[in-house]
Design a protein around this ligand. Structure first.
Ligand code: OGA
Ligand code: MN
Length: 298
């Protein structure tokens, strides 16, 4: 039997008495139940291989295929194997990326509050990050509970938000970190079109509602630009108040997984002359939040 130690009453739990390298079906069932009930799960001292990480992640559903390897890595060479995101400041040979390297810029966008792959029609259900090299100062990852943020809104406010649809665009967050717009060829642009997402989600396992926000949002359909921007910025500030936020400080061989349907997260800055290396397996949600035939492509 796994042990479940809440780090906060309902948001984050530490899972113990388990070996992720040889996970039984019964233990997985308990882990998945904890994942649905909390939203962020932390495991310590789990030195799992890439294969073991992929096998654990795949128990949650279908592995997300990313176009990242093709657009990001010169010559297609990668530091880690296929199937996972390279969340590091290292190149394919394990050397620190230069300041101007596009891969560094693209990962810098992780320092804005976001939820993974909301820029895809079918976004991410779960992300699982494992730590191979950590920094001792900075470099934490913060998580915001979007269910608690929703619950804290007055009922009349909630009512006005239900039914709204936002446009999410991968390139909004990347342009904010200074990616050169000229480096986005029409082919790269076409690989990641902007997509619609509901602004309020209902969690299928718990029935709890949450705000669905990210730094990828460009606009709210049916609102003019300023009104939509103000709304998104105000809700983001509300949802990321310290009361709703948990900060994880990394240790090597930590495994942290989170529910992208009801959380946001961001990485914190750190001294980039030091290596920080993690890898992320991402599991797709069961479908789009806005049915493909009910809303025009953004
Ligand atoms: C991610 C991410 C933040 C961090 O891996 O999806 O946003 O702290 N990471 O590296
Ligand atoms: Mn992320």
């Amino acid at each position: 039997m796994i042990s479940i130690k809440p780090a906060t009453p309902t948001f984050v739990a530490e899972i113990g008495d388990v070996d992720l390298a040889r996970l039984t079906d019964a233990d997985f069932a308990d882990i998945e139940a904890a994942f649905e009930r909390y939203a962020v799960l932390i495991f310590h001292n789990q030195p799992i291989t890439e294969e073991q990480q992929l096998a654990f992640a795949r128990r949650f559903g279908e592995l997300e295929v990313s176009v990242q390897p093709f657009v990001q890595t010169p010559g297609g060479k990668r530091r880690i194997g296929d199937g996972m995101q390279d969340i590091s400041n290292l190149d394919e040979n394990g050397k620190l990326l230069s300041e101007s390297d596009n891969r560094r810029l693209i990962n810098l966008a992780n320092q804005f509050w976001h939820t993974d792959s909301s820029f895809k029609r079918r976004p991410a259900r779960m992300s699982m990050l494992t730590a191979q090299s950590v920094v001792s100062t900075g470099g934490e990852t913060e998580f915001a509970d979007m269910r608690a943020a929703w619950d804290a809104l007055p009922a009349d406010r909630q009512q006005k938000l239900e039914g709204l649809i936002a446009e999410h665009d991968y390139y909004r967050s990347r342009l904010m970190v200074g990616l050169d717009p000229k480096s986005i060829s029409p082919e790269r642009r076409a690989l990641r079109p902007a997509v619609p997402q509901v602004l309020v989600r209902t969690h299928p396992a718990t029935g709890r509602k949450s705000l669905y926000l990210a730094s990828h949002i460009t606009r709210i359909f049916g609102m003019d630009a300023a009104e939509g921007r103000n709304l998104v910025d105000e809700l983001t500030a509300h949802a990321t108040q310290r009361a709703f936020v948990y900060q994880h400080r990394w240790t090597v061989d930590d495994v942290v997984l989170w529910d992208n349907r009801c959380t946001m997260h961001r990485g914190r800055p750190f001294d980039e002359s030091l290596p920080r290396a993690m890898r992320r397996a991402t599991i797709s949600d069961v479908g789009p939040t806005v049915p493909e035939d009910s809303h025009p492509a953004a």
